[in-house]
Write a protein that binds this ligand. Sequence first.
Ligand SMILES: *Cc1c(COP(=O)(O)O)cnc(C)c1O
Length: 380
Amino acid sequence: MLKKQRLFTPGPTPLLPAAMAAMAQSEVHHRTADFRAAYKQVLEDLHYFYGTTNDVFLFTSSGTGAMEAAVSNLFSPGDAVLVAQAGKFGERWTEIAKAFGLSTDIVEAPYGEPVMADAVRAKLGSRKYAGLLFQASETSTGVAHDVQAFAAAAAEHGALSIVDAITGLGVMPIDVDGWGLDVVIGGSQKSLAIPPGLAFASVSARALEQSKKAALPRFYFSYAREKKAADKGDASWTPSTALILALAQSLKFVRELGRETLIANAAFLAEATRAAVQAMGLQLFAKSSPSSAVTAVCSPEGVDSRVIIRALRDRFNLIVANGQGSMEGKLFRLAHLGYYDYPELAGSIAALELVMNSIGHKVELGAGVRAAQQVAAARL
Ligand SMILES: *Cc1c(COP(=O)(O)O)cnc(C)c1O
């Protein structure tokens, strides 16, 4: 059998062909008029992608760099922050805040469940917090948070709302300005369908003000320096020129497709996937608040999910993600964010049916595909 490699992982995601072509033609110097024009266009198009009039800064780093930048740019030694923690990426917020010596409190949900807005609001009222840190979509468990309610709770208590929306942007509706989100973080290797290596942050006027007073040390990641440079079409340091040229193509693609259509596409694929795996007798891991970025599926009782993941790879060259942390071996995750379409999803469900049968979890062939088809038919 011929096997095409297909990434079904929640970052990196499949690459946009136009972006790949742009990377191959990236012999360019970053302090030239041509590159400055491209960089300015990218910053403008990022505003469209975000749907915001706030400043949007771009960093050459993976997404975690922009998370660290939010902490180092906004807070002072001794500040207290609250982390809404529902998985590996929430734990990353906690680790970063602690690494910078902040007094870090946690409001937690078990893996597979969201942190509830009421719990966040109650905790915010218990003490003076300078910021609330959370995920829009917790990629490790496939859970979505109520971003709007979290932002409102933070504003009520005078805390900055700082959201890791790395698998939220281009995936779920996020009204940055309307909901008053202070810092919204994105990354290149998720819904924008280019390789890892760029991170973004939209920053509100209020957050910029706070960053001027914030006393934590910072150097590479500096909002003030980045703002000054961006106004001239420059990045502070040598940026990843190849990735920025790729990003220009990706943002053009999103503009032409429409941000709402990109979001609706992920929601549709996620809905079809949930229907399909349940029709195959499999359990969803995130039952109450599933994210459209990725669907986490529980491995059947007594089956290590690595067996399923390996079989999908060996038989069909389909790359899916394992669970993370304590969920490793217990679930597998299928991504929907970015450059995915329905025919490849339907094909991957068909492959999953065959794999499940081969490992002894009997599925009537076509049961999962039929359920996905019914979701698709309702949209046509
Ligand atoms: C992918 C991802 C990140 C970024 O991780 P990097 O490896 O630093 O790019 C952060 N948060 C979430 C929710 C993610 O899905």
